[in-house]
Ligand binder design. Structure first.
Ligand SMILES: *Cc1c(COP(=O)(O)O)cnc(C)c1O
Length: 256
């Protein structure tokens, strides 16, 4: 994939986000695109940042750790260059926001928390407690989403729909965690319409939690939709979408 192809893919994804947002009475600025970098090269990530992109997502701890270090170094280098020769048209963000979107084991909490702005994948009371203990020890507040299993698939991570409300209530009592909203993944399917039911169910739980004033005014994140279904997700109320292959290409065959 050439830089021009990546730029074009980025433009297409952001255009489609804008159109889907318009269909749900919102605008492109209301939707955050998290570029999922798990199958991207470091060059591709750097090119995306040069286009002004700020939000990046990783699903595995080891890769997150590597990527954060690589990108930090790249940004530091860029800043040094920019200070030496300022360019008015530089779109590069000062800082990127990393999102942890994959399953998080409790023994990896201390590695992940310092690196990320938002953890999308809190799916148990025990993980929430571990995060809360860590945050209390370091006098932090950690932004999290509760991951809901709205597609009902046995093997998927996420708390079952009927349990989500109660877990949200429990997390709401943990003063060092800030519950920002919900995340879900739809079942794999060739037809994006198949995802609509799971997204609508998650949006409904989100509304129930908000109506109950759980989380307060900062409960405002609904993370739903990936490359194949982000438009349907936005139509159903998502304001964060997590897109990998539509930006960077399909995953390499040897990684299947
Ligand atoms: C890989 C991944 C994505 C992005 O998937 P694509 O289909 O490549 O867009 C989004 N969310 C999670 C949790 C993922 O693991």
């Amino acid at each position: 994939m050439t830089p021009a192809e990546l730029r074009e893919a980025y433009r297409q994804v952001t255009d489609r986000i804008g159109e889907a947002a318009a269909r749900s009475g919102r605008s492109a600025e209301d939707i955050v695109l998290v570029a999922v970098t798990k199958y991207a090269t470091v060059d591709q990530i750097q090119q995306l940042l040069e286009l002004g992109h700020t939000d990046l997502g990783e699903s595995r701890v080891q890769q997150l750790t590597q990527r954060v270090a690589q990108i930090d170094e790249f940004l530091a280098r860029k800043r040094t260059l920019a200070n030496a020769a300022p360019k008015s048209k530089d779109l590069m963000p000062e800082q990127v926001r990393w999102h942890m979107i994959g399953h998080l084991q409790r023994n990896k909490v201390k590695q992940v928390v310092p690196l990320v702005s938002l953890i999308h994948s809190v799916d148990s009371l025990r993980l929430a407690e571990e995060l809360h203990n860590y945050a209390a020890r370091h006098d932090l507040t950690i932004d999290i989403l509760l991951q809901v299993n709205a597609s009902g698939e046995g093997q998927k991570n996420g708390v079952a729909c009927p349990a989500a409300f109660h877990l949200a209530e429990q997390i709401d009592t943990m003063v060092h965690l800030r519950l920002r909203g919900l995340m879900t993944m739809a079942a794999q399917s060739d037809n994006p319409e198949d995802a609509r039911g799971a997204f609508a169910r998650t949006a409904e739980i989100f509304k129930d939690i908000r109506d109950a004033k759980i989380g307060g005014p900062t409960l405002n994140v609904l993370s739903m939709g990936m490359s194949h279904d982000f438009e349907v997700a936005i139509e159903e109320g998502a304001n964060v979408v997590r897109v990998g292959s539509a930006l960077f290409g399909e995953k390499p065959a040897d990684d299947a």
